[in-house]
Every structure is written in C-alpha cells, then in structure tokens.
Design a protein around this ligand. Structure first.
Ligand code: FES
Length: 254
C-alpha cells in the first residue's frame, strides 16, 4: 500500500475488530498470530514457503468479493479482516472445505490406521465435522459421495509407505523434498481426480532417486506418507503387486 506513491513500511490492520501495526510484507496469518488469534492451517507450515493451495486459512477481507488465504495474503494498509471466530460465513466455508477433504480421504475415515496425528482429522473435529466423520466411518449416508478413483498405494520404499488415497495434494512433501532438502525427487502427475504426487518421472518410490530422508513423511498432514512401522502389517501384506502400484480398495474402504 502507499500514500502519494511512497511505500509504507508500517501497515495498520484490524483483525476481528482488534487493531495492530505490522511491517510491510507480513501475512494476515502472521498478523493474526501476533494478536493471539488462531487461524487454522493445513497446507502451510512455517518452515515451508506459502503456496495457498488448501484454503483452510480462509478469511474475509472487508470490501473484497472473494475470501483470502491468510497464509499467503500480505496485509494491506487499513485492511479489515474477519476470521472464522467472528464471521459465520468463514466458519461455514472452512467446515465445508474440511468435510470435502475428509470425504476424499480414505485414511481419515479409517480409525484402525495408526499414522500418528492426522492434522486434517484434528481440524475437522475442531470445526464440528466430527458427527459426519463418524457417520462416514459407520457407513451411514453423508452429504457427499465417496470418491470412486483409487489412486493406489506404493510400498516399494524400504522405509516409507505411500497411500495416494490419503493424499490431499497439499504440496507440503513436494516443498520439503525440493526446497528444504534440495533432493528434487518429488513432483505431481496427472490431472483432476487422477492427480497425485510422483517420484522422479513417475517411478515407484523405492525405484526412484529418493534417499529416504523422511522429510516428506514428517511434514505430511494425513499419513499419506508414513513410516512403514506405523502401517499395520495386514495393510502392507495386502498389496497385490507392488509393481502395479495399486492395491484395490476393499469394500469397507469405499
Ligand atoms: Fe493457507 Fe492452505 S493453509 S491455503
């Protein structure tokens, strides 16, 4: 923002009615944290550059037609922001978004899987999607149909189990592999429902140039990339053919 063409170095912003002055370049998320206001994040991590792909950090900016992603949107002078704490619209949007992600995430619906914390599930419970999540686990009808695409699993790495069906394409693993570690193994393949993370030029993980540093599984919020020690032996043994990459989803999973 500027006055008479001069860049301002300090910007005023109001978040949920609370004013604060921040340095230019500060994101809405960072400004909110300084006020002690918690905004949910899923694709974002402080050690990774912001990409704004999941939109779970949505906030309303007064005068704007669309919601903003707080993790990547820089503060502008005199901006008035409402988070899910004060805006029912934001709260509803984030809850619906989490419900859609949960619907598309097989592992989140399978309490028998022990991958450590599933950040998506934790957020969904916080936003009241719990009842619908439990209904989904119990096989009851829910608002959204289950996914029909099986993107497969890959157990070819000696250390890391990959469940493409649990992946929400948050891009954390790709940024960790390329930006944090400079390993440059991971990227994306496919379009639409077939989109998935990929290793080198779409090799199996165990046959790619992956050095099994584990950074991707550390940052993964859903257990799509998990230490093999956390995956039940029945699941690992259930693979039909590792070369085919795909273990067909069972009836309970769909
Ligand atoms: Fe901001 Fe994902 S956390 S878009």
């Amino acid at each position: 923002s500027n006055v008479n063409g001069t860049q301002l170095s300090t910007l005023r912003v109001t978040i949920d009615g609370q004013p604060i002055e921040v340095a230019a370049g500060t994101t809405i998320l960072e400004a909110a944290r300084r006020l002690g206001i918690d905004i949910p994040i899923l694709c974002h991590r402080d050690d990774l550059r912001g990409v704004g792909v999941c939109r779970v950090c949505a906030v309303e900016v007064k005068g704007a037609r669309t919601m903003a992603a707080a993790c990547v949107r820089p503060v502008e002078n005199n901006m008035e922001v409402s988070t899910h704490h004060t805006s029912a619209k934001v709260n509803r949007s984030v809850a619906t978004l989490l419900e859609l992600l949960i619907t598309d995430n097989l592992v989140a619906r399978r309490p028998d899987h022990k991958f450590g914390e599933n950040e998506l599930e934790t957020l969904a419970r916080r936003f009241g999607v719990t009842g619908r999540l439990n209904a989904k686990v119990a096989g009851a009808a829910t608002r959204f149909p289950a996914p029909t695409t099986n993107r497969g699993q890959d157990f070819s790495s000696p250390i890391i189990a990959v469940d493409h069906n649990a992946c929400i394409l948050c891009d954390r693993c790709i940024r960790a592999c390329n930006d944090l570690k400079a390993n440059h193994v991971m990227g994306r393949m496919g379009k639409g429902y077939q989109s998935r993370i990929a290793f080198d030029l779409d090799q199996l993980m165990g046959e790619s140039s992956c050095v099994a540093c584990g950074e991707c599984m550390v940052v993964c919020p859903t257990g799509a990339l998990a230490h093999k020690g956390f995956v039940k032996p029945e699941v690992l043994e259930g693979q039909v053919d590792p070369k085919k990459r795909v273990r067909p989803a069972t009836a309970e999973e769909l």
